[in-house]
Design a protein around this ligand. Structure first.
Ligand code: FMN
Length: 329
């Protein structure tokens, strides 16, 4: 499959991994890139520019293929604006292939000169957005592509709450730069559907958690393979940073605090602190909210990244061919 996405990044398949706090680190990133898709190294996993630079260099030891870096410009407890600036500078100095920006667009966050800096370094800028108005801004500001992120996605979907099914064709008709779709994508049928809706490719995150190369407790991977599409929920609406997480005891607790208008500190006690490491490292899947998309309904096994990508491309090609045959017969 050759699309504007594969050409933009110089990759084999129109598939990329989304940013993942705690998980999108060198081994997983390189495994995805080695499979012919675009791996993701999430900058916020590193406490500052030099630590992040070492991760970029480590990734390069594991793959000679292109990969992208996620910079999430959203309010955070540990990460400062200075650290975001350091990540951006390292991306330019190390000439990574692309930056996936989520949250505030970089031109508003650092000033318009950063777009020119990225262009000079040959770094492609992609903005993950949940609304056409934000995609139009990204195109005007000089971004190279947009990611249409529907409400189905894991993590922090925009509170416009528009589905991938609607957002993808609306983005396609509104901007001229490549459109990459995310939210509800986890197999070849959803890749085929995204292409039919006008996307140049897809981004996924939850699917890549349930892989042999992802460094997270086996219980977490198996829980993703077991959960169905109705087993996610949106928490943190009350603090205006809604998050799609799987439904578990911790997520229910947050919803209960929000329902009775509890304090921010009460919410933070559940979503921050050592609860995340109990989930990620010790495999206690009830201990903390955990970002996953409705795409969990399409994930039924834990396999290698190579298997995920190859299977997906084959299934997408077969789906496109068999659909035409089915509606013509
Ligand atoms: C475990 C996990 C952590 C995530 N962390 C981030 C993050 O730090 N920054 C970000 O922009 N998106 C983050 N996301 C969202 C993904 O990049 C992506 O937009 C979304 O998960 C796509 O939906 P899917 O998981 O159904 O494929 C995260 C998603 C998951 C599953």
């Amino acid at each position: 499959m050759r699309t504007r996405m594969t050409e933009l990044f110089g990759i084999e398949h129109p598939i990329m991994c989304g940013g993942m706090m705690w998980l999108a680190k060198p081994e997983l990133c390189a495994a995805i890139s080695n499979a012919g898709a675009l791996g993701n190294l999430t900058a916020q996993n590193y406490m500052g520019g030099e630590e992040f630079r070492k991760a970029v260099q480590q990734t390069r030891k594991l793959t000679d293929k292109p990969f992208c870096v996620n910079i999430t410009a959203l309010p955070a407890i540990r990460i400062t604006k200075e650290m975001h600036w350091e990540y951006f500078q390292v991306c330019c100095q190390e000439q990574v292939r692309a930056i996936e920006v989520s949250g505030t667009p970089l031109d508003k966050y650092f000033g318009p000169q950063c777009i020119e800096m990225a262009k000079k370094a040959g770094v492609k800028l992609i903005h993950k957005v949940g609304a056409v108005r934000h995609a139009l801004h990204a195109e005007r500001a000089g971004y190279d592509a947009v990611i249409a992120a529907g409400i189905e996605e894991g993590g922090h979907p925009l509170d416009d709450d528009v589905t991938t099914m609607l957002l993808t064709p609306r983005m396609r008709e509104s901007v001229n730069i490549p459109v990459i779709t995310t939210g509800g994508i986890a197999d070849g049928r959803s890749l085929a559907a995204a292409l039919v809706l006008g996307a140049d490719g897809v981004m996924m995150a939850s699917r890549f958690v349930a892989t042999t190369e992802c460094k997270v407790h086996q219980n977490v991977k198996e829980e993703i393979a077991r959960k169905q599409e109705h087993e996610t929920t949106l928490i943190n609406k009350s603090i205006h940073l809604q998050m799609r997480t799987w439904k578990n005891e911790a997520a229910k607790k947050v919803l209960e605090i929000e329902e009775r208008k509890g304090t921010l500190d009460e919410i933070l006690a559940i979503i921050a602190g050592d609860r995340a490491s109990r989930l990620l490292e010790q495999g206690d899947v009830e201990s903390a909210p955990f970002a996953v998309g409705q795409s969990v309904g399409l994930i039924h096994d834990v396999v290698s990244c190579k298997e995920v990508v190859e299977r997906m491309v084959k299934e997408a090609e077969e789906t496109l061919a068999s659909t035409l045959k089915r509606i013509k017969s």
